[in-house]
Design a binder for this molecule. Structure first.
Ligand code: UDP
Length: 243
């Protein structure tokens, strides 16, 4: 595999964040293998441009700490269960990507050596240089955080040029576009406006961490076939959250 990035690619190294729910298809719970494969195809098409790719996948399709604690479970235990859910999702994505011939590593913030690699920053950077897709699992390894914050943290540590947040809509709107016909999409929006208007791009700690390190967040639709690659090539619709 060439170490060069395709001239059409606007970024050399990016982090793709998707929620666990993106992997469940229409099922309402768990993993839907055809959906996982479809997203893996999107990732492969960007990888084919020579772009170095980090991924963080949430766990909400399996377990969320807050939901567990609302039902009487001790919060930190529930959060660890949520983190373990992200490892399952990461393994599913690894399997789908490797099925397409893309080399990957699952790298967990909670060491589990029989299953995947522990997080060692320098080793992860080396994997990226060798064009392996690094799927960061188990969030930050700490309760009371989310995978959005984990995504921003890893994007900073790995010197990614941008965080790509794949969602069900093609950007950030002033109100829910699925409910309001007159909802307007922002082309760009500032971190502070996202926080002040509570625009729901990512949770507040993740936005603040991106703002403090000047890391752009590109919100785009993962449901649009070819959308991820299109944006990498400077096309398509999306919202850029920036300073
Ligand atoms: N989680 C955590 N620390 C982290 C990341 C995640 O405790 O650094 C737990 C938390 O309970 C969260 C769950 O893992 O609810 C699943 O992650 P998240 O809700 O971010 O998943 P998504 O909504 O993106 O699917």
């Amino acid at each position: 595999m060439s170490t060069e990035t395709h001239p059409a690619a606007k970024y050399k190294r990016v982090l793709l964040k998707i929620s666990g729910e993106a992997l469940m298809g229409d099922q309402g719970y768990g993993l839907h293998p055809p959906t996982v494969s479809r997203i893996a195809q999107e990732v492969k098409s960007v990888h084919d441009l020579g772009v170095e790719i980090c991924m963080v996948i949430g766990g909400g399709n399996i377990f969320r700490g807050l939901a567990g604690s609302a039902q009487g479970m001790e919060r930190t235990t529930a959060d660890y269960m949520g983190m373990l859910a992200t490892v399952m999702n990461a393994l599913a994505m690894q399997s789908a990507l490797e099925g397409l011939g893309v080399f990957t590593r699952v790298i967990s913030a909670i060491p589990m050596d029989q299953v995947c690699e522990p997080y060692i920053r320098r080793r992860a950077v080396r994997h990226l240089e060798k064009k392996r897709v690094c799927i960061f699992a188990a969030g930050t390894g700490n309760p009371y955080f989310t995978t959005d914050t984990a995504a921003t943290l890893r994007a900073n540590e790995m010197s990614c040029e941008a965080i790509f947040k794949g969602t069900k809509v093609d950007g950030v709107y002033d109100k829910d576009p699925k409910k309001f016909d007159d909802a307007k999409r922002y082309d760009t929006v500032s971190y502070d406006e996202v926080l002040q208007k509570n625009l729901g791009v990512m949770d507040a700690s993740a936005i603040a961490l991106a703002r403090d390190n000047n890391k752009p967040i590109i919100v785009f639709s993962l449901d649009e076939p070819g959308g991820f690659r299109g944006i990498l090539a400077g096309e398509g619709t999306y919202t850029k959250v920036q300073g």
